[in-house]
Ligand binder design. Structure first.
Ligand code: SF4
Length: 342
């Protein structure tokens, strides 16, 4: 199975800008752990197409992990805007600092050491160790879980049975070419063994696939039904003065930590009197409707209020509307801004 998958990868694996393909390696190229790490953090929860321009921009501005560690954190957060899950950007900076200060600017070379770094979880540690340092790890992401669930026809549902998926994935992982194998099985999941219409006729593992034999590949992986997302309520205040608008940096801890946004209430389970939290008492006008935004664990509904300030005495950052893109507001704040001008 391993040899067949690797032969398929040699012929048809994806070409990605951070990837060293087998033919590149034969020509003497080696994988750069910094570039691989950046790509893996960015690719969590987003697609290759969406993450690639961010990866290119980061590498152009911060060519090494030391450049990233020495960068201003606000600049990193600004460049990250649009990728979501902002804790990853804060951890990116923290992790770069640890590598600069404790590892002389060199990534540690083992899965166990990599796991100690901020923001690096089991999947990322296994991937960097295999791709960059040839350690025979067990790389398991969502694509691998899907492939494994079909090969073995695993009836236990995710996420509860994850350890079982990992155990079975490990039985397939070879000791040779561990990085190529990890990338190959992820590519198989991403391009052939897709969630809704797997291309089993051209799959290198079709003769081993139990779900295909039973004619039920798309029944796998089994997943527990997701509970309906709870709703949280809040309000945001958009204060303008001429062509300027009031922004404030959100506290470091919590959602969108460290990002710029509009002043607002806390987000709670029940709507509360929002005007108690308004930046300053004035004639706030409630805008039509509300802003809806889906986070991983809840749905947020924000009422939006707007007002015109007589001067810029209210504390915060008065951003000029024409330069607003430089503040790289997170998506939910962009929604607030557009709701305020309706
Ligand atoms: S045969 Fe089909 S279901 Fe089975 S691993 Fe290949 S693509 Fe996936």
């Amino acid at each position: 199975m391993q040899e067949q998958l690797l032969a398929w990868y040699d012929r048809q694996g994806r070409v990605l800008p951070w990837r060293v393909r087998p033919e590149d390696r034969d020509a003497g190229q080696v994988a750069d752990p910094y570039a691989v790490w950046l790509s893996e953090i960015m690719l969590q929860q987003t697609t290759v197409a969406h993450a690639t321009p961010y990866w290119q921009k980061f590498l152009a501005e911060f060519p090494s992990v030391i450049d990233l560690a020495n960068a201003d954190r606000d600049r990193i957060l600004t460049m990250w805007a649009g990728l979501g899950y902002y804790a990853r950007a804060r951890n990116l900076h923290k992790c770069a600092g640890v590598i600069r200060d404790q590892y002389d600017g060199n990534f540690p070379k083992t899965e166990a050491e990599l796991l100690k770094l901020p923001g690096i979880g089991p999947y990322t540690a296994a991937t960097i160790a295999a791709i960059c340092f040839d350690e025979a790890t067990n790389i398991v992401d969502g694509n691998v879980e899907r492939v494994v669930s079909r090969i073995f026809k695993i009836d236990a549902p995710l996420p509860k049975a994850r350890p079982e998926y990992r155990r079975l994935a490990k039985t397939l992982a070879p000791k040779f070419r561990p990085g190529d194998y990890g990338q190959a099985i992820m590519d198989l999941g991403a391009t052939i063994c897709t969630p809704r219409s797997p291309k089993c006729q051209i799959c290198p593992w079709q003769s081993y696939c139990t779900a295909l034999k039973k004619g039920t590949p798309t029944d796998y992986p089994k997943k527990l039904k997701k509970a309906k997302l709870p709703i949280r309520y809040g309000a945001a205040f958009v204060l303008r003065h001429g062509d300027s608008i009031l922004l404030r940096r959100r506290p470091d801890k919590g959602l969108l930590g460290g990002m710029m946004g509009f002043p607002g209430t806390e987000w709670g389970e029940k709507p509360k009197d929002p005007l108690k939290a308004a930046p300053e008492s004035r004639n706030w006008e409630k805008c039509e409707g509300y802003v809806k935004h889906i986070f991983t664990h809840f749905e947020l509904r924000l009422d939006v209020y707007r007002a015109e300030a007589i001067d810029k005495s209210v504390t915060g950052v008065w951003a000029s509307l024409k330069d607003i893109d430089e503040f790289a507001l997170p998506t939910v704040m962009k929604k607030v801004m557009s709701a305020s001008s309706k």
